[in-house]
Write a protein that binds this ligand. Sequence first.
Ligand code: NDP
Length: 447
Amino acid sequence: MSAYTDAILDLVIRKNPAEKEFHQAVKEVLDTLGPVLDRRPDYRRYKVLERFVEPERVLMFRVPWIDDRGEVQVNRGFRIEFNSAIGPYKGGLRFHPTVNLGILKFLAFEQILKNSLTTLPMGGGKGGSDFDPKGKSDEEVMRFCQSFMTELARHIGPDTDVPAGDIGVGGREIGYLFGQYKRLRNEFTGVLTGKGLKWGGSLIRPEATGYGTTYFAEEMLKTRGDSLQGKTVAVSGSGNVAQYAVQKITMLGGKVVTLSDSNGTVHDPDGIDPEKLAWVMHLKNVKRGRISEYADQYPRARYEAGARPWQVPCQVAFPCATQNEISAEDAATLVKNGCFVVSEGANMPTEPAGVDLFLEHRILYGPGKAANAGGVATSGLEMSQNSMRLSWSREEVDQKLHGIMIAIHKNAYETSKEYGQPGNYVLGANIAGFVKVADAMLDQGLV
Ligand code: NDP
């Protein structure tokens, strides 16, 4: 079967040159689907894989806007509507200068499988822009968001495509995007998730990805009769996912000793307790400052410019910043220092050779598409509340999120056992996510 999947990967590389993150994500999935393709010859007969790696629609557009000095700026906007076999396209928007077509295609591709795992009816999509909100005034961000939405509004809708936040897109950006959509379409609908609580947002949505990743780590630990209690934990990033991962890990008895941003890492051997976390949240979400300032505030902490957290000894690692932030070398350092759990809050944060190393050492390794699915799952819950025109309580949403993370873990774990590699969550998550989408594609004919 590998000659067949190799040929598909070759085709993907030839048709999408220079999209290396997309190639990486497709290869990782194709490498694990062999056993299911052996069992299901109909997938090959109906060219399900060939269709699965080709987005249903790719949108790319100009986003002109005017900065505070009156200068015209031009950015590029994207929306990848990758697969709608099991529901409307669903996936975040990323605003970051590194954004390009290949990165968004990798994210949309991962999103198909992730959304399938959540048990909710959501297809896969992703979008964004190379716009950098860092250092921009609120007015500049608003003007950009309005221009971006002026084009995107033609393509999305509550039953078509429902974007959310991702890197660089938080509550502020979702607010401006929603306002412009409402104005253009003259309708108040659940067309975006991550909305403010007073206008259709769901409680626990901001917390969901970080909390969910932590619940997933707890489930993996349970398979070995262990828990987060008393563990030393390294977290990367200091944005939305990282902040709420730190909060939940601490609630469950873990001690988080690192945070980072794209400039460097802070190491606090005393642990980032709730008071320090509240300070970080204010720094990042209100002052929009840098993590280096943590070491000025808490002198026992050390800041190292240009460093990642993975040199700091820990038992559990939560990469929560961005793709490919754990190299093979970082992975080897983590394993050498006694790390035995890695739960990915970020999407594809571990390079392929690092993943191989984790699997080889039987690390409890939760790949992003399973471990960070709590965010989109809670977006799905936000969509349900919007459709029913009601709001569930904090406890209700958290309980549903927890239940979904337990179910995702069970599904990935049971599938890994069924296919002869118990505890290989990469294989388990890929096969479980894929089969549901592939069967839906077969049911719906050649579309
Ligand atoms: P935020 O923008 O809130 O935070 C991102 C964090 O990662 C910041 O600390 C940022 O630092 C850091 N970062 C971004 N790019 C880089 C880079 N190239 N190198 C090093 N650090 C970087 O985003 P989120 O917390 O929402 O997202 C983090 C990760 O989680 C992403 O991979 C995202 O796709 C994933 N994810 C998010 C979900 C969500 O619900 N928000 C859902 C599922 C996955 P700086 O401030 O310097 O840019």
